[in-house]
Design a protein around this ligand. Structure first.
Ligand SMILES: Cc1cc2nc3c(=O)[nH]c(=O)nc-3n(C[C@H](O)[C@H](O)[C@H](O)COP(=O)(O)O)c2cc1C
Length: 160
């Protein structure tokens, strides 16, 4: 058995900006705001027209999205923690709220607005999703948390 080791960098989501996207009913992206593009590492035009799973992270369990779609199709709002994949294979965590856009009384699109997640929640959700993936898909990966704040503090001390 061969053991491999990979490291991926976390991008911190800013506190004061919302990450917004909209999709058609099949989940194809119709709009992203500048912050969404920046955080995911894409240019907006690379994302428009693509299925939203372009930023799906392999750490996300299938059942989370099954629940999300079932909730949206009932016309309800889904809220939850999502780990997303950047273009450069790094990742970022968000707390997402997904809902149906209604115009003139009719559903026209889906939209999602996201905000940052706390450090504690990211660790808790990583552990939960690892467990869910192991149960659902027999997929076992060991994910270690690297504290960006501590890395930055160490780098600053080294410079001083
Ligand atoms: C409005 C909206 C926003 C979505 N945002 C994300 C997202 O940020 N990250 C993600 O992985 N999936 C998101 N999805 C779900 C994807 O469409 C897709 O179901 C998911 O990535 C799982 O991929 P799969 O359906 O191919 O298994 C979103 C869906 C909708 C309708």
């Amino acid at each position: 058995m061969e053991t491999t080791f990979d490291m991926f960098i976390e991008t911190e989501v800013p506190e004061d900006e919302l990450i917004v996207s909209r999709t058609d009913f099949s989940g194809k992206i119709t709009y992203v705001n500048e912050t969404f593009a920046e955080i995911s590492g894409y240019r907006p035009e690379e994302l428009i027209g693509k299925p939203h799973n372009v930023i799906r992270h392999p750490d996300m369990p299938k059942s989370a999205f099954a629940d999300m779609w079932a909730t949206l199709k009932r016309g309800e709002v889904w809220e939850g923690y999502v780990k997303n994949l950047r273009k450069d294979k790094g990742y970022y965590w968000v707390y997402a709220r997904m809902s149906t856009v209604i115009k003139d009384g009719k559903p026209v699109e889906y939209k999602s607005v996201r905000e940052p997640a706390s450090r504690e929640k990211k660790i808790e959700m990583q552990n939960l999703y690892d467990k869910m993936r192991a149960e659902e898909e027999g997929q076992i990966r060991i994910v270690l948390y690297v504290d960006n704040d501590k890395l930055d503090a160490a780098a600053a001390l080294e410079k001083a």
